[in-house]
Design a protein around this ligand. Structure first.
Ligand code: HAM
Length: 419
């Protein structure tokens, strides 16, 4: 038996949970104030939901990287590699297009991709996902980007730069892909294996290659932004104008290409320094047409997902992770057998107002105080024969060492006054 977590997965230990609580609260407040509501789709879906949305030709990588399985009823299921498909499936299934538009939805949870594991790249990772459905204009795009930006700032990051681009309308993409095919076909054998495959399936993805040689080859070519149609260009200019008005710094990215195939027009990413090669904290874009391909009415949409692990990595680098949880207000130390039950009962009543822990076995004062110190308690309260006879607890402030006897009935008040 291998007693270890599966490669590419990890445990969220108690020392990290305050950071997760902080994340959830900040997401809920920041997005909630903009009318974005939480939705919690299941972790797995029928595989066709992802096939129809992410696309068969899609970034081959995402296709191969899906955790697919057949359940005992013979259903072909897939662990979600991202949220968008499931959220849109729910939008269609529950007729949410009849709600006041736009419909804004956020989610937080794990996603699964069987990728090569490295820093910032896991097989079970977590995303905060946000979708704005029902609005075709650039204002929705700008608001989506601004919400992501404001969320990252609220989490404690600064100096963020948005890389803003456009993959154009479908006809622009087709024309650009045709241009790339024509330009690259003669030099195909100089390209990396991955890029040759991409050239066949989705030439635009060659621009995203990590290989230096591929990059040198594509550097000479036109970029998607150079070949946008008039409408896609006007849309991009509209998004850029809003962001400039709102003081959100961005760079126009001439060849931003996203790993998923459903994007139309706007595509964007936010990167961070100092978190290694996997520097994209978040990415997203517009996906008009996707709701339709999942069986819903024609519905424009735009959204993004933020990689939680990468954001935590960046926060840690900036020294901005929340402080570890505080220890108990008081730690009760039973010094004889009878005091064990007394400490447990007193803990229960004090917990109405305080964080209280107690030793489960009798302790001598030295060991008991050491336990109290190790859990980071502010006070220790000791009880033995002598205290019982007088109906008191010996209350000791651990840092100053000050101590006094307090009647049991007044213990709550004493803690309240001094905390
Ligand atoms: P994505 O770019 O595939 O977009 O993922 C978004 C973010 O998730 C990435 O920027 C990265 O921070 C994080 N991420 C992705 N894969 C991993 C991994 N293996 N390990 C750790 N972090 C990872 C989407 O998923 C789209 N659904 C976003 C979207 C929503 N577009 C429209 N709506």
């Amino acid at each position: 038996m291998r007693s270890q977590a599966v490669k590419g997965t990890y445990d969220i230990l108690p020392s990290a949970t305050p950071t997760w609580q902080f994340l959830r609260e900040t997401v809920s407040t920041t997005l909630g104030r903009a009318g974005v509501q939480e939705i919690v789709p299941p972790v797995f879906e029928y595989s066709e939901i992802f096939d129809k949305s992410i696309g068969e030709s899609a970034d081959l990588v995402v296709q191969k990287e899906m955790y697919r399985f057949e359940d005992r009823g013979g259903r072909n299921l897939t662990l979600r590699p991202e949220f968008t498909a499931g959220v849109l499936r729910a939008y269609v299934e529950h007729g949410m297009h009849t709600l006041p538009s736009p419909v804004k939805l956020w989610s937080l949870g794990p996603a699964f991709r069987a990728e090569n594991v490295q820093r910032g790249r896991f097989r079970q990772f977590h995303q905060v996902n946000c979708e704005i459905l029902g609005s075709p204009g650039p204002l929705a795009d700008a608001e989506a980007i601004a919400l992501l930006h404001d969320l990252l700032v609220a989490l404690g990051l600064s100096d963020l730069r948005v890389a803003l681009g456009s993959v154009g309308d479908p006809e622009d993409r087709d024309a650009y892909n045709a241009y790339l095919r024509e330009a690259l076909e003669p030099r195909k054998h100089e390209l990396s294996e991955t890029s040759q495959e991409r050239l066949r399936l989705n030439p635009m993805r060659v621009l995203d290659s990590k290989s230096e040689q591929d990059q040198a080859i594509v550097a000479e070519l036109d970029k998607p932004l150079d070949r946008l149609g008039t409408e896609a260009r006007a849309h991009l200019d509209g998004v850029a104008a809003y962001l400039s008005d709102w003081g959100i710094a961005f760079d126009l990215a001439p060849s931003i290409v996203r790993g998923l195939d459903y994007y139309r027009r706007t595509a964007f990413e936010i990167h961070a320094e100092g978190i290694g090669a996997q520097s994209a904290l978040a990415g997203g874009g517009r996906y008009d047409g996707l709701v339709e391909s999942l069986g819903g009415p024609p519905t424009p949409g735009i959204g993004w997902a933020m990689g939680v692990e990468r954001v935590f990595d960046a926060l840690e680098g900036a020294g901005k992770l929340p402080a570890p949880p505080a220890g108990p207000d008081v730690f009760l130390i039973p010094m004889d057998e009878e005091a064990i039950g007394e400490a447990a009962a007193l803990s229960r009543s004090l917990r109405a107002h305080f964080h209280v822990q107690h030793a489960y076995v009798k302790r001598n004062p030295g060991k008991g105080l050491r336990d109290a110190d190790r859990v980071g308690a502010t006070y220790a309260a000791l009880r033995g024969d002598r205290e019982r006879a007088q109906g008191v607890w010996t209350l000791k402030h651990l840092q100053s060492g000050e101590q006094r006897e307090v009647p049991e009935a007044q213990l709550a008040d004493a803690l309240q006054e001094n905390l």
